[in-house]
Every structure is written in structure tokens, then in C-alpha cells.
Ligand binder design. Structure first.
Ligand code: GDP
Ligand code: MN
Length: 379
């Protein structure tokens, strides 16, 4: 679960990380009310679950009320990386002398957390890694930073001693946020030094581990219903794992590993998956029907590839679900099916006898290739 900037800042405040206080507005009217009581200049920021808002025009400074209203309206009308802005955060602007980067994230290669900081802040860390790798300071950790560790890191990044000591406090607190909330990422970019030599977290980003959310009922209040993908939510409720992607080949697979492999093989044959979809272990026909329904709602989908390796999942259940789906829905695209494993003979027979216009494949690779060709209109 991604916390938006405003929510991440709420969490930061609880841990004592200095940041601006702000207010949320969902309409220009709400923005006007907030702006009447503000000290200027203010900064107006799109609250969307993607980065790079600044470059996309989603972060704007305003020197007075009139300018602020105008910019609030502009930002509320923006779409950033395909996501329509639903609300803005209005805060007092801080004066910036210099921008730094700080984060704690999971390093899957070493199975440890890694603390990352740099004196090149404000831009993407990937960008810094590419152009100035020597400007990045890293340390693998398995618990929050100890004071001496935080100081050691801060002195590599901040030239001024007093500032380094202040930064060390923030480093420690950010690492506490990371571990205490079971985060996958806790990031401040930029951490700003003001002309008065204060440090302020001007941006904030926390990504929580969904599998640990049950330990943090207090953080569930930050789940943002403005930006949930309705299909993904619906799938979750039906016991399906569904992630929408940008391609045109709809996939219905059982098991996350097989779902990943299927996407790989589709890519191998030059195609692009439209989604990741795992119907799970004991998939009953209802789930299969629901999966078809969700996949077919995506207008980009040109073909559906059903790749089932029957174990606990029974191929006859999948076949029954498919037959139901065809009966009740307008299946407007070709469907390629590869069924193997438990009850495959029964499942295949059911499909053959149903007379449905399905293309069948013997292997995953063959099925993927057929799907890619059909998506290109060559099937
Ligand atoms: P992002 O583009 O999504 O990462 O959004 P940020 O919150 O990081 O803002 C982008 C940039 O806008 C920052 O790197 C700053 O340079 C600038 N910015 C954001 N807030 C302020 C502020 O309060 N004062 C000033 N002067 N600049 C700001
Ligand atoms: Mn930022």
C-alpha cells in the first residue's frame, strides 16, 4: 500500500521528522477556504500515487492568494502519468538552500534493508545512480540506525558539522519509520536545508508491505479510496490476484509463479500481457467467470490466453467456468486455452463438446505464441 505524500508526512510527524503542515483540498472551493488563512508563499502539490509530479507540473509555488487559486485549479485539472489528480496538498513553502536525498528500502538481493543518502537530492535516485554513483552513500541494515551509525552516514553527506548532527537525527528516525511500519520504502526526497540551516522533509513517500498490514490497523486509515483501481479491488474480493498492465494479451493463470512464467513467455514471443491474473489454487467455476469478466472489461485486450497447470486446481472446474462465461458474456476476442494436469481429459472433453470457438494449445510456449499471433491479427 502506497501512502500519498500527505499521509506519509502524518507518519513522519509521529516519529518526529520535521515537515510542513498542510491541508488537503479536493475542489477549488475547498482550496480557496484553505488559502484564505495561509501565510505566503505557499506550495500546491498534486496528491497522486506516482513520483515526478514536479516535472509534470503537479508542484507549484504561489506568492499570493490569487496566484494560488489559479494554480490550485490548474493542478486539480491535471492528469499525471495517466492518473487524474483528485486532490491537492496546500502547505507553506520553505526556502530551499540545498536538497538532499534519504531513503530506506528493501534490497532483495541481500534480503536486508538498505539506507541510502546523497547530497544530490530532488531528482530521481535512479538518475543519480546513473550519472553520479559516487554521490550515493549506502549502508545495509537489519534494525533502526544506532546514533553513531547515523552520524557516520551523515558526516559523509553533510559538510557542516551542526547540520550533519541534525541530519543524523532524521536518518535515525526515518529508519525507525521503516522498521516500525513494516515499510518497503520510506523516502524523503528532497530533505531540504533552509537558509536558516534547518532541515525539512519537503516530500515524503512510504510504501507499506501489504502482507504486514494486519499488524498496523492504525495505518489502514490512510488507504486512499480516490486512487484504487476498481478492477483490482473487485478481483481481491473475489480471491483473485489481478494487476492491470499495458499490453493486449489477457492472461488467466493459476499460481503466481506460472502467471509470471506465462508473462515471460508471452514477452519471449514478442507480445505484451494486458494483466497479471492468478485465479489461485482451488479455483471454482465462479472465480473463472469473474476472471474472464474482469479481463474482458479492458478495451485493450485483443486475445485471452488461459494457461492452467492443474494440481489442486481441477481442469474440469476451469472448463465449467469458461463455458459459463461464454454463456453469460459477450466474449468478443479469441481465446487460447492450454489445460494440463488434474482432470485434463475431462476438462478438454467438456470444452470440445461445448462447441465453443476456442483455440487449444498443448504447451505453454505454443499457447503463448498463438496468443501473440492472434493479438497481431495473424492467428
Ligand atoms: P516530486 O516531483 O513528485 O518528487 O515532488 P516534490 O515534493 O519532491 O517537489 C518537487 C520539487 O519542487 C522539489 O524538489 C523542490 O525543488 C520543489 N519544491 C517542493 N516544495 C517546495 C517548497 O516548499 N519550497 C520550494 N522553494 N520548492 C519546493
Ligand atoms: Mn520528490
Amino acid at each position: 500500500m502506497k501512502l500519498l505524500e500527505w499521509a506519509s508526512k502524518e507518519v513522519f510527524k509521529k516519529f518526529g521528522i520535521p515537515t510542513q503542515t498542510g491541508k488537503l483540498a479536493r475542489t477549488v472551493e475547498e482550496a480557496k477556504d484553505i488559502l484564505k488563512g495561509m501565510k505566503y508563499p505557499v506550495v500546491i502539490k498534486a496528491q497522486v500515487p506516482v513520483g515526478g509530479r514536479g516535472k509534470a507540473g503537479g508542484v507549484k509555488l504561489a506568492k499570493d492568494y490569487d496566484e494560488a487559486v489559479k494554480k490550485a485549479e490548474e493542478i486539480l485539472n491535471l492528469t499525471i502519468k495517466g492518473i487524474k489528480v483528485k486532490k491537492i496538498l496546500i502547505t507553506e513553502a520553505v526556502d530551499i538552500a540545498k536538497e538532499y536525498y534519504v531513503s530506506v528500502t528493501l534490497d532483495r538481493r541481500t534480503s536486508k534493508a538498505v539506507f541510502i543518502t546523497s547530497k544530490e537530492g530532488g531528482v530521481d535516485i535512479e538518475e543519480i545512480a546513473r550519472t553520479k554513483p559516487e554521490a550515493i552513500v549506502k549502508k545495509h541494515i537489519t534494525e533502526p540506525l544506532k546514533p553513531y551509525e547515523a552520524r557516520e552516514l551523515a558526516f559523509q553527506v553533510f559538510e557542516d558539522n551542526k547540520l550533519a548532527l541534525k541530519a543524523a537525527g532524521i536518518y535515525q528516525k526515518l529508519s525507525e519509520v521503516y522498521f516500525a511500519t513494516d515499510a518497503q520504502l520510506a523516502e524523503i526526497n528532497p530533505l531540504v536545508v533552509t537558509p536558516a540551516n534547518d532541515l525539512v522533509a519537503v516530500d515524503a513517500k512510504i510504501i507499506l508491505d501489504d502482507n504486514a498490514l494486519f499488524r498496523h490497523p492504525d495505518l489502514l486509515q490512510y488507504k486512499d479510496m480516490d486512487y484504487v483501481n476498481p478492477e483490482e479491488e473487485e478481483a481481491k474480493e473475489a480471491g483473485l490476484s489481478f494487476v492491470k498492465l499495458d499490453g493486449d494479451i489477457g492472461c488467466m493463470v493459476n499460481g503466481a509463479g506460472l502467471a509470471m512464467a506465462t508473462m515471460d513467455v508471452i514477452k519471449y514471443w514478442g507480445g505484451e500481457p494486458a494483466n497479471f491474473l492468478d485465479v489461485g489454487g482451488s479455483s471454482n467455476p465462479e472465480k473463472v467467470k469473474k476472471a474472464m469478466d474482469i479481463i474482458l472489461r479492458d478495451p485493450n485486450v485483443k486475445v485471452v490466453f488461459i494457461n492452467i497447470f492443474g494440481g489442486i486446481t481441477r481442469c474440469d472446474d476451469i472448463a465449467a467456468g469458461l463455458i459459463e462465461a461464454f454463456k453469460t458474456m459477450d466474449v468478443r476476442v479469441p481465446v487460447v486455452v492450454r489445460l494440463t494436469g488434474t482432470n485434463e481429459e475431462i476438462g478438454r472433453k467438456m470444452l470440445a463438446e461445448s462447441g465453443l470457438p476456442l483455440k487449444t494449445a498443448e504447451t505453454m510456449s505454443e499457447g503463448a505464441r498463438m496468443a501473440v499471433e492472434l493479438a497481431r491479427g495473424q492467428g
